[in-house]
Design a binder for this molecule. Structure first.
Ligand SMILES: [Cu+2]
Length: 339
């Protein structure tokens, strides 16, 4: 149906262009004067310009009212509110600029179409005008960039200093695994050469910090607590994306990237906020990492601290007790990947 519609528009336009050519040829043959013809073409062009402006603006505003409810709900993390604030300022600047420039552009094309009784005013240059349209955008852009950089610095500085609950996000084609650091809040070391069927994260079983580590297939976090994500990838570059928390950080093979944030709204509260009882937070992969990239995701649940403690107790250890004493392969020099 959509393709038919597009084809209809394309062919319709082609037919119109053809008809216009035929009309121009016909008037030439019938010996109509060229100036009158030019004037009529100018008039129709200018009417086209102003119609494009009016129809374009109406359609744009209508689409915005239709699509706005489909955008993300309010930020569910502390730094997310600051990011949303920046975003709002950017949109305001963009909209003001867009409306002023587009309205001027098409209105001028309409208003100042050729008129044989009117002559344009000629001037070579105007320094004042050029200074204005250079300095104003410079100030606005510099302000936007510096506030954005300051905010990003604050976020990453916090990531470096936050203690919080340490959770490893392990990305591979095509899923995420999360490892909780347990009571000591320290992740045991891991290394890719230790990866086996029973040890998919390559965790070092001889590391004392490993004993209380737990793996989960769902990211559950307590509301109001600082969380330190330690992000790794087994194969290609993935990107850990938590849209509702305004969090995104690449998962790069061979290194640990991190992102610290503080969730502020529980899943239950967000379900009320959005009026959607089925609402769930998600963690998505945001780098095209292969054929099943579209489906690389994990459910995220934000719960009250007490509920989080209860949930933690039900999670399984990385290694069952009997496996934890197995001798480690001889690669101790490289066991600090996830520390
Ligand atoms: Cu991916």
């Amino acid at each position: 149906m959509n393709i038919l519609l597009i084809l209809a528009v394309v062919f319709g336009t082609l037919v119109l262009v053809r008809l216009a050519n035929v009309a121009a040829l016909a008037s030439k043959l019938s010996g109509e004067n060229e100036e009158a013809e030019q004037e009529s073409a100018n008039r129709w062009n200018s009417i086209g310009m102003i119609s494009f402006l009016i129809i374009g603006l109406i359609v744009m505003i209508y689409m915005m009212t239709q699509y706005l409810p489909l955008t993300l709900p309010k930020a569910a993390s502390e730094h997310g509110e600051a990011i949303d604030g920046l975003m709002k300022i950017n949109w305001i600047v963009l909209f003001v600029t867009f409306f002023i420039t587009q309205i001027l552009l098409f209105t001028f094309a309409f208003k100042y179409r050729y008129n044989k009784n009117r002559r344009s005013f000629y001037f070579h240059d105007n320094n004042k005008l050029e200074a204005i349209w250079t300095i104003i955008p410079t100030i606005i852009l510099a302000a936007l960039i510096t506030t954005g950089m300051k905010e990003w610095n604050d976020i990453t500085n916090k990531s470096a200093s936050m203690k919080g609950i340490v959770v490893q996000i392990y990305a591979k084609q095509f899923d995420f695994t999360v490892r909780y650091a347990g009571k000591d809040n320290k992740l045991g070391g891991s290394f890719f050469r230790r990866i086996t069927d029973t040890n998919p994260l390559g965790v070092d079983s001889s590391d004392a910090a490993t004993a209380d580590d737990m793996v989960a297939k769902e990211l559950v976090l307590p509301k109001g607590a600082e969380v330190q994500l330690m992000i790794n990838s087994r194969d290609v570059i993935h990107s850990v994306y938590l849209p509702h928390f305004r969090v995104q950080m690449n998962a790069v093979p061979g290194m640990t990237t991190r992102f610290a944030f503080k969730p502020t709204i529980t899943t239950a509260e967000m379900q009320k906020e959005t009026g959607n009882p089925k609402f769930q937070y998600v963690m998505l992969c945001n780098k095209i990492c292969g054929v099943a990239h579209y489906n690389m995701q994990m459910t995220v649940r934000i719960v009250e601290p007490a509920e989080y403690e209860e949930w933690l107790k039900t999670q399984s250890a990385v290694f069952p007790v009997e496996q934890a004493v197995a001798p480690a392969p001889a690669d101790s020099a490289a066991t600090s990947m996830a520390k």
